[in-house]
Ligand binder design. Sequence first.
Ligand code: PLP
Length: 351
Amino acid sequence: MLRSGIYLNGPQTRAIEETLSSYLGVKYAVGVSSGTEALYLILKALELPKESYFLVPSFTFIASAEVIIRAGMIPYFLDIEESTYNLSVGSLEDAYKKLTKKRKKVSGVLAVSLFGLPADLEKIEIFCKERELILVEDICQAFGAQIGDRKAGTFGIASATSFYPTKPLSAFGDGGMVFTNDEKLAFKIKILKEHGQTKPYFYEYHGQNGRIDEIQCAVLQVKFKYFEKELNLRKKIVEKYLEGFKDLSSYLKLPYFPSGYKSSYALFTIRTKYREELKKFLQKNKIETGIYYSLPLHLQPVYKKLGFKKGDLPVCEKVSEEVLSLPLYPYLRDEEVEYIITTVKSFYQKF
Ligand SMILES: Cc1ncc(COP(=O)(O)O)c(C=O)c1O
């Protein structure tokens, strides 16, 4: 790639777009500079009514809501299912009813598949079709996941993934991709990521630089060869954790995987009332953990003016006080997994 001297918009980008679109079974893939830009470019290209509402779970990474505002719309936050941490269809129905009763325009839903587990995309797809709402999927954490035979990322009009270094399929830096079967949408996104240029130095749209670089695409081509194997390695580690922690079920809530759902196991997230103590204890024993996410988006200072308050989305609020993600990556060794399990168990021995 370096010898070719083509660093952008070259054969590596085209090759990875082709590889990943055929993996997902969609007609078009557009490589972009990050998962955030992938989401934003989808919403921008859709040209949805300004000031309309776009429904999004509150328990997700901030990019999922940020892009709605950048596209000129208003995020409306939804609660989640306590078992899966993905958006609750009940909350979706309530929000839609509430907004339409007040004669607010609702444009669509951004369904996030969190921690690798697909959201209830079959129900969400039907809900959106029945109300003529646009469904966009955020599969930044769930590339490779599926429900039955259908891959996450193929339910909505378009989906966005991220190649951020911690994601199941990751690059050596930033990168992202849009997937869609809609030819016009794919074409528009390709133009928008090139400053809105439709022929050399001729601009029909207000665009941006949203390109992915050839180095990342070359890296992704190599890493993709190991992707399925790595998903299986992640799965094996998750199974070891589930088995190892099964006696702690009165202290720990373990992740739940509905039958027929295949996760890409981006994160192994447990819940405990003693989160801070457990985190400190593990740190002392040289085990790094993460908190995704400690404050739901509807309570973030930046979204204060949207009018949500504490108590509005009780499941998100409760869960965000208890979640803790344990180490999970394909090359975690058996003895390391064992050490993590015994260390967590030793923490609960004092109870
Ligand atoms: C759910 C979710 N949405 C969007 C993003 C944004 O992706 P990126 O970091 O590539 O911009 C991420 C990644 O961090 C994510 O986890």
